[in-house]
Design a binder for this molecule. Structure first.
Ligand code: CP
Ligand code: NVA
Length: 302
C-alpha cells in the first residue's frame, strides 16, 4: 500500500509535503477559492463511529467549497456498525465515491480501509492518532511565530492520547521541540515516542509546570477521550494537578499561546481564565480545521 495516497498519520508524509499543505491552508484562509474547485463531480464519504462537531462540519463545508459533495455516514446506520467487514466496506465504497474520511476507534480499521479500497482514506481521529487536528494546530502556530517551526517548543500537558501521539509525529517531521508532562501510566505510544526521540528534542516529565516552563505553545486535551467514559473517576484522580491555569501559563514563554483541539472541559484540564484569556488561540485553531481540511482534500482528491 502506498501510504502517501492517504492521510493515515502525519508520519506517512514527507516534511516537504506537510509544509506544502500548510502553505496551501494559509492561502485558502486568505482566499477560500484559492484552490479552485478540484472536487467538482467528486464525493467524500465521511464515516463516524464517534461524535464530532469540528471534523464533521469542516470536512463537509470544505468539500462543498471545493466543488464536491460529502456524505455523512454514521456507523450506527451503515452495515459496518452491524459487523460488515472493513475490507468489504472499503471495496464497495471505492465503487461509489472518490475518498473516505473516517473517525473510529481502532487505527487498524483506518489502515484496513486504505489497504482494501482503491481511493484515498483520511484519518479523522482514532484512539491512536488525530492527524487532521495537528495540521490546523501547526497552521495556528505558524500564524503566531512564523513559517519555520524549528525554534518553537510545544508543551503537552495531560494524557498521552491520540493528540499527544500526533504532536510527537509532527515534532519528528517538522523539527520543533516538544516537552510532555503525563501522569505515570498515561504516557504516549511507546513506538511513536521513541521514533520522535530519534530526530527531535523530546522530553517527558511528570510535573506539568516543568513541561510548560519556557514553552511558546502550551496545549492539552480532555482527561477522558471518547470511548474511555468508564474510566472517568480513575482518570480524574490520575490527572489531578494536570490543569493548565494562569500560574502554569505564567511559567511559559512571555509570548506563549494556549491551544486545545476542543471540546474542552473547563475546570478540569484547563481553567476558564486560560481558554478565555488573551493567550488562547483556540477559536483560530478551530477555524483552521476548515482551511487545513481543504488543503488535505485538494492534495489527495484534487
Ligand atoms: N477537535 C475535534 O476533532 O473536534 P470534533 O470532535 O468536534 O470533531
Ligand atoms: N482525545 C480526544 C480528542 C477529541 C477531538 C478524544 O479522542 O476524544
Amino acid at each position: 500500500m502506498d501510504r502517501t495516497r492517504h492521510f493515515l498519520s502525519i508520519a506517512d508524509w514527507s516534511t516537504d509535503r506537510l509544509i506544502e499543505v500548510l502553505d496551501l491552508a494559509d492561502r485558502l484562509k486568505v482566499d477560500p477559492t484559492a484552490a479552485g474547485q478540484p472536487l467538482i463531480g467528486k464525493t467524500l464519504a465521511m464515516i463516524f463511529a464517534k461524535s464530532s462537531t469540528r471534523t464533521r462540519v469542516s470536512f463537509e463545508v470544505g468539500t462543498q467549497q471545493l466543488g464536491g459533495q460529502a456524505l455523512f455516514l454514521s456507523s450506527r446506520d451503515v452495515q459496518l456498525g452491524r459487523g460488515e467487514p472493513i475490507a468489504d466496506t472499503a471495496r464497495v465504497l471505492s465503487r461509489y465515491v472518490h475518498g473516505i474520511m473516517i473517525r473510529t476507534f481502532e487505527q487498524e480499521d483506518v489502515e484496513g480501509l486504505a489497504k482494501h479500497g482503491s481511493i484515498p482514506v483520511i484519518n479523522g481521529l482514532t484512539d491512536l492518532l488525530h492527524p487532521c487536528q495537528i495540521m490546523a494546530d501547526l497552521q495556528t502556530i505558524r500564524e503566531e511565530f512564523g513559517p519555520s517551526l524549528q525554534d518553537v517548543t510545544v508543551a503537552w500537558v495531560g494524557d498521552g492520547c491520540n493528540m499527544a501521539n500526533s504532536w510527537l509525529n509532527a515534532a519528528r517531521k517538522l523539527g520543533f521541540s516538544i516537552r510532555l508532562a503525563c501522569p505515570e501510566g498515561y504516557d504516549p505510544d511507546e513506538d511513536i515516542l521513541s521514533s520522535a526521540r530519534e530526530v527531535s528534542s523530546v522530553k517527558l516529565f511528570r510535573e506539568p509546570g516543568e513541561a510548560a516552563s519556557g514553552a511558546q505553545v502550551v496545549t492539552t486535551d480532555v482527561w477522558v477521550s471518547m470511548g474511555q467514559e468508564e474510566e472517568a473517576a480513575e482518570r480524574a484522580r490520575a490527572f489531578e494537578g494536570y490543569h493548565v491555569d494562569e500560574k502554569m501559563m505564567s511559567g511559559a514563554a512571555e509570548d506563549a499561546i494556549f491551544l486545545h483541539c476542543l471540546p474542552a472541559h473547563r475546570g478540569e484540564e484547563v481553567a476558564d481564565e486560560v481558554i478565555e484569556g488573551s493567550q488562547s488561540r483556540v477559536w483560530d485553531e478551530a477555524e483552521n480545521r476548515l482551511h487545513a481540511q481543504k488543503a488535505i482534500l485538494t492534495t489527495l482528491m484534487g
